[in-house]
Design a protein around this ligand. Structure first.
Ligand code: FES
Length: 612
């Protein structure tokens, strides 16, 4: 066993020579990015060995680093196996825990109509002359005071009932769902529910006052599964390896949600057992992993989910620690790659959608796009990949402190803004999009994405052209931050996938982009991207800026709405059932459309709508 020190965290782990440094970090509870799941492909797990020795650099590492960087100890954690005790430096851009967490989204007013009701109960204490059993006493009170006939008691509530009634001096609130007692809480407590949006990268949690639908507090955390691969395909592959791996992935999310719920409760000074209801959304793979459903069939055509309909199950049967008899409501999925998170987005935007022909994009490693035309909803799922999360990009990183998030290139000068206004350490999705748009505008790259040699900031490194955004000098001798020819290609693939998806929806509905009344962009990346840059490279239709709105985490907002209202849960089911899913893989001419869409620039002729 070798001792491994992780700096600047000051954490220490043990590692065998059979374990990669990435495995050792995971085992020590340190989140290192691993976009490709550890196959040496993405370069997101960069670390520096500052003391100690390890296995010789692999081909992937020789590709990722210059000779000098290798000499300075730079390695890919997934490729490097220790041969002695080591001290490592984990640069911020490789850490999973520091990114900007967006939990807030559009606020919609609803009339609360929650599934769980609270009834204050003031019981007389038993005596030698009043021998009614504890549960019978509560049931009798509910009958005589509230005309609730023959209430049932959840077995776990019953197990705690006698102790709780005495501790609360026979005065409490009884939480009832349908006819079942699912919790006993103090009389001072109010109706609190938990809404969760399980994203592939982030998990957003909210405590909601079920009496008025208001958010009491919210928090975002990294989905701990991220250290096993960023995109959902690598999670599916891992889950399919063995039952142990699938159980491990599920447990990671359950522990994270329980921890998140406990943290949120601390913020408003309640205990998790006072949470009486929950609503959960997530993409279909996250949904299946959370519920312990098989995911193999999602990776292979025809990509069929185990279930699409909404589910109501006991929280404890799925490993969540809420009120002892509480249920969780899981919103319905739409298709194999359109999950309940998108249903939640549509639910949140119902009122906005009513205002004409609407395009809705939720941009992530998978981008869901819906078109609402004449109250018909159709949708597609585009494999946009991890580029906008910083994956597969040489100096890419997530939206964390030090990431270049905005950028302006004029002739030879580059002006940028970083998150937290600290010196730059990499570039995140919105900065990358700006960079490609500016390079295209300045003719440093052409419409085909080819970088031109004749710009003073363009140089050759590792056999490819790259544009220097921040020089070594500006970084006090640290390696320059650049955009490489390959990075440009990655952006072209991402934007091509999204734009081709949009075009399929337009063609299929026989409308052209000029007919769109509005475009709504949801999701964390969508909140920060510059609409002009996205239009400039042709990722989204070229419409006046007034047509666009950026609504933040609308999936989380939808989970909150469903949490607070039974009527809205029914509406979500109706939306999911009537949404028409178009599978891009079987769409005639899709490949040609995709290739056309990878070209930069916003020329609608590119998309002469072939079927109008
Ligand atoms: S290169 Fe190491 S995780 Fe992808």
């Amino acid at each position: 066993l070798f001792q491994i020190d992780f700096e600047p965290l000051g954490k220490r782990g043990q590692c065998t020579s059979e374990m990669s440094l990435l495995d050792c970090a995971r085992q020590t509870g340190i989140g290192i990015n691993s976009v490709c799941g550890g196959i040496g492909d993405c370069q997101s797990c960069k670390i520096q060995i500052i003391d100690g020795t390890s296995s010789p650099p692999t081909e992937s590492e020789l590709k990722a680093f210059s000779e000098r960087e290798i000499r300075d100890g730079w390695r890919l954690a997934c490729q490097s196996y220790p041969t002695s005790a080591c001290k490592l430096n984990i640069p911020p851009e490789s850490m999973t825990t520091m990114q900007r967490m967006q939990t807030e989204g559009i606020q919609t007013k609803i009339s609360p109509d929650p599934a769980v009701k609270l009834f204050p109960v003031n019981l007389s204490s038993p005596s030698m002359n009043d021998q009614l059993a504890d549960a019978d006493r509560v049931i009798h009170y509910l009958d005589t005071s509230y005309s609730i006939k023959d209430a049932l008691v959840d077995i776990d509530v019953l197990r705690q009932l006698s102790r709780h009634l005495r501790a609360m001096d026979w005065r409490c609130k009884v939480a009832i769902r349908s006819n079942e007692i699912i919790g006993i809480i103090p009389q001072t407590s109010s109706r609190v529910g938990l809404a969760i949006d399980i994203g592939s990268t982030k998990i957003a949690g909210y405590l909601v006052n079920l009496d008025d639908g208001n958010t009491l507090c919210s928090k975002g955390i990294v989905n701990p599964q991220v250290s096993y691969g960023e995109d959902i395909i690598s999670r599916i592959q891992l889950a399919m390896k063995s039952v142990t791996e699938a159980v491990m992935l599920r447990q990671l999310v359950l522990d994270a949600i329980n921890g998140l719920a406990a943290d949120l409760c601390q913020d408003i000074n309640i205990k998790p057992w006072e949470i009486i209801d929950a609503a959960i959304v997530g993409n279909t793979v996250m949904h299946h992993l959370f519920l312990g459903l098989p995911v193999g069939q999602l990776a292979n055509a025809p990509f069929i989910p185990a279930i699409s309909k909404a589910l109501d199950i006991k929280a404890r049967h799925n490993g969540l620690n809420l009120a002892p008899g509480a249920y969780i409501h899981i919103l319905p999925n739409i298709a194999g790659f359109i999950g309940s998170d998108h249903t939640a987005v549509l639910l949140t935007l119902t009122d906005t959608i009513a205002r004409g022909t609407t395009l809705i994009l939720d941009i992530g490693t998978n981008t869901e796009v819906s078109l609402i035309n004449d109250s018909q909803i159709s949708c597609v799922s585009c494999a946009s990949g991890p580029a906008f999360e910083g994956g597969h990009i040489k100096h890419g990183m997530r939206a964390a402190e030090g990431a270049i998030e905005r950028l302006k290139i004029t002739d030879v000068s580059v002006k940028y803004q970083t998150i937290g206004s600290i010196p730059p350490i990499g570039i995140c999705g919105s900065g990358l999009l700006d960079a490609v748009a500016q390079l295209y505008c300045g003719q440093v790259i052409d419409a085909g994405g080819k970088m031109q040699k004749n710009h003073p900031r363009v140089r050759v490194s590792n056999n490819q052209l790259e544009f220097i955004l921040v020089t070594e000098d500006e970084r006090d001798g640290k390696p320059a931050i650049t955009i490489t020819q390959k990075d440009v290609r990655e952006v072209q693939l991402a934007k091509g996938a999204i734009r081709a998806g949009i075009q399929v929806l337009l063609e299929n509905n026989r409308i052209n982009e000029g007919k769109l009344d509005q475009v709504i962009i949801a999701g964390a990346f969508g909140t920060y991207l510059d609409i002009n840059s996205a239009i400039m490279i042709g990722m989204i239709p070229s419409l006046p800026s007034g047509h666009y709105s950026q609504v933040g985490n609308a999936a989380g907002a939808g989970a909150k709405i469903a949490l607070a209202s039974i009527a809205k849960r029914k509406e979500a089911q109706a939306i999911a059932s009537r949404t028409r899913y178009i599978e891009l893989g079987s769409y005639t001419g899709f490949n040609e459309l995709f290739i056309n869409s990878t070209y930069l620039g916003s020329s609608p002729e590119q998309y002469k709508t072939r079927r109008l």
